[in-house]
Design a protein around this ligand. Structure first.
Ligand code: UDP
Length: 317
């Protein structure tokens, strides 16, 4: 009998890559998604596979899954600032109620539980780069707080289930990640810049573009998560690529790569937009033997090919 994995948010950008990886590793994968920000298209190629099932369901409702489960990977949540600003209550619900339901199911099935947490738990960080030991600088009542605080609550709940119910748990803190299957209209910097460059529209930089991010290619991230799932490390682990770049420089890289004639224009910086972000990944290196490998220019090329094909197919992306 293959081991059985439940992946919530399995039709999303990261969730669908995880479905691929777990199917490839021989698991029977149950992908659960309410398709609020996930897309059936991301998992279409898996439909019909004998070790894959899709359940369209909202994880904040009472959860029942028949049969045994060996691992639950809880990835359901809007994850781009534009999405969670449009769905603030659902974002809070999936991080709190959804995590609670998924943990309850893990307890019932005696399954391992892995939470997708985020670098957003560090907020607008005052320590740079960010190690796991940093407690963060989050505005709880700001517009981004719906995501940041939901994930902080989710981490607290996971640790409580671990300590009180002895549940076997893992927490990954995911930093900015990119690659094929991002939604071109999700509002994040990379898809926005790529679609603007490909369509010859102005590139919209928020603020002066001096804020930094560190972008990890999706394959590296999935490898890190897979290793964490198979490790015995309970406390949060940062997974991300420490190569830091300003948003302005990043936009220029994309314009050069596409050969676009798009102009760069400056817009207001959103409220509470973190000024810097860079993972300290020494813990992942130590406990997982993991470190990001893909360099940005290669990763960006692959991602650009994906967006180019989506735009030329005129498919909804
Ligand atoms: N950003 C931008 N133009 C856009 C979209 C985003 O300048 O059209 C900026 C945004 O303000 C932030 C950075 O790019 O400083 C990364 O934003 P993203 O939404 O990708 O993710 P975040 O790291 O803020 O969650």
């Amino acid at each position: 009998m293959p081991e059985r994995a439940l992946i919530t948010g399995g039709a999303g950008f990261l969730g669908s890559h995880l479905c691929d990886r777990f199917v490839k590793e021989g698991y029977h994968v149950i992908c659960m998604d309410n398709l609020s920000t996930g897309r059936a298209e991301n998992i279409q190629h898996l439909i019909g596979h004998e070790r894959f099932e899709f359940i369209k369901y909202d994880v904040t409702e009472y959860l029942h899954v028949g049969g045994e489960l060996d691992i639950i990977l809880h990835f359901a949540s809007p994850a781009s600032p534009v999405d969670y600003l449009e769905m603030p209550i659902q974002t809070l619900k999936v991080g709190s109620l959804g995590t609670h339901k998924a943990l309850g199911l893990a307890k019932e099935k005696e399954a391992r539980f892995l939470l997708a947490s985020t670098s957003e738990v560090y907020g607008d960080p005052q320590i740079h780069p960010q190690p796991e030991s940093y407690w963060g600088n989050v505005n709880p009542i700001g517009v981004r707080g719906v995501y940041d605080e939901a994930k902080r609550f989710a981490e607290a709940l996971v640790m409580a289930y671990h300590r009180y119910h002895n549940l076997d748990t893992r927490i990954v803190r995911i930093f900015n990640t990119y690659g094929p299957r991002m939604r071109i209209d999700d509002g994040r910097a990379l898809p926005t810049f790529m679609s603007q460059a490909l369509r010859g529209e102005d590139i919209t930089i928020y603020g002066d573009g001096s804020q930094t991010r560190s972008f990890c290619y999706v394959d590296d991230l999935i490898e890190g998560i897979y290793r964490l799932a198979n490790s015995d490390y309970i406390e949060p682990v940062n997974i991300g690529n420490p190569e830091e770049i300003s948003i302005l420089e990043f936009a220029r890289e994309i314009v050069n790569l596409t050969g676009s004639s798009s102009k760069i224009v400056f817009k207001d910086l959103p409220i509470d937009d973190p000024k810097v972000r860079q993972p300290d990944t020494s813990l992942a290196e130590k406990v997982l033997g993991w470190k990001a490998k893909e360099n940005r220019s290669e990763g960006l090329k692959t991602t650009l090919d994906y967006f180019r094909s989506k735009i030329s197919d005129r498919q909804p992306v």
